[in-house]
Structures are given as structure tokens and as C-alpha cells.
Design a protein. Structure first.
Length: 135
């Protein structure tokens, strides 16, 4: 069974190490000790907790959309020409770049410092693994 250190769990959940430690101490997520005495969380436990953690956030918006991959963040840069714009956002640890029309940038009143939501809908998604998991 894959076991994740607190820092790895925090990175995957998009929170700080201290937040995960508080959740462990409060009993929200179960952790065990590894052979070196460090707290670790089972991969299956973390997966279930991640679903539970974000379940309440689904449907917060009054809008309904088919895109499930949504990243709330801050616009960090916009490069525009008369027709198209490149919008860069920082969404937690992730940098998201989108090409949209300059008209859409103006309609949305986007500028560096704006809070926005990037919605990703793709026909192909690749997944990379560290290969650390045991079978």
C-alpha cells in the first residue's frame, strides 16, 4: 500500500503541511507511523479524504456546467493583441495559461490581480506517475 508523508499529502491537497497535521491531530484523516517514526497517510485514506474534503465545494455556484476540472486562482499576466489574449493564472501551486479572445478578456474585465476560475475540459488527459506505488 502506498504511504504518503505529510508534506506529500499537503501538496496533493493544495494545503500547508501544518493544515494536514492539524487534520491528523483532530482525527479528520488517519495517519500511521512509518519505520522511521514519521507520520504517513495511506494513499487510499488520502484519496477518500480528498473526495470528502471537496464534496461540499461542488455545486457552490448557481451556475451548472459540465466541466469538472476547475481551478480558482489569481490572474498574473495578460498579453493581448487586437484579436486574441494569453491569460496566465496562478491556481494554488499550478500555473494555468489560456488563450481566449481579447473581447472575452474585456467582457470579463480581467486584469492582473483579478480572481477568476479556469475551467478545463479536454478530450485527452495524460497522467504521469512516480511509479512508487506497491502492488
Amino acid at each position: 500500500m502506498m504511504q504518503l508523508r505529510i508534506s506529500e499529502a499537503a501538496e496533493l491537497l493544495g494545503v500547508s503541511d501544518d493544515t494536514v497535521r492539524r487534520w491528523v491531530d483532530a482525527g479528520r484523516v488517519r495517519a500511521d507511523l512509518d519505520d522511521a517514526g514519521r507520520k504517513v497517510i495511506a494513499g487510499s485514506e488520502l484519496a477518500a479524504f480528498a473526495v470528502e474534503l471537496h464534496a461540499g465545494r461542488r455545486g457552490e455556484s448557481s451556475h451548472h456546467r459540465s466541466a469538472r476540472n476547475q481551478f480558482r486562482g489569481i490572474v498574473t499576466a495578460i498579453r493581448s493583441d487586437p484579436v486574441m489574449s494569453q491569460v496566465e493564472m496562478q491556481c494554488g501551486p499550478y500555473r494555468v495559461v489560456s488563450l481566449i479572445s481579447t473581447e472575452a478578456v474585456n467582457d470579463l474585465a480581467l486584469e492582473a490581480g483579478s480572481v477568476a476560475v479556469a475551467q478545463v475540459k479536454a478530450t485527452n488527459v495524460t497522467i504521469e506517475s512516480s511509479g512508487r506505488g506497491e502492488r
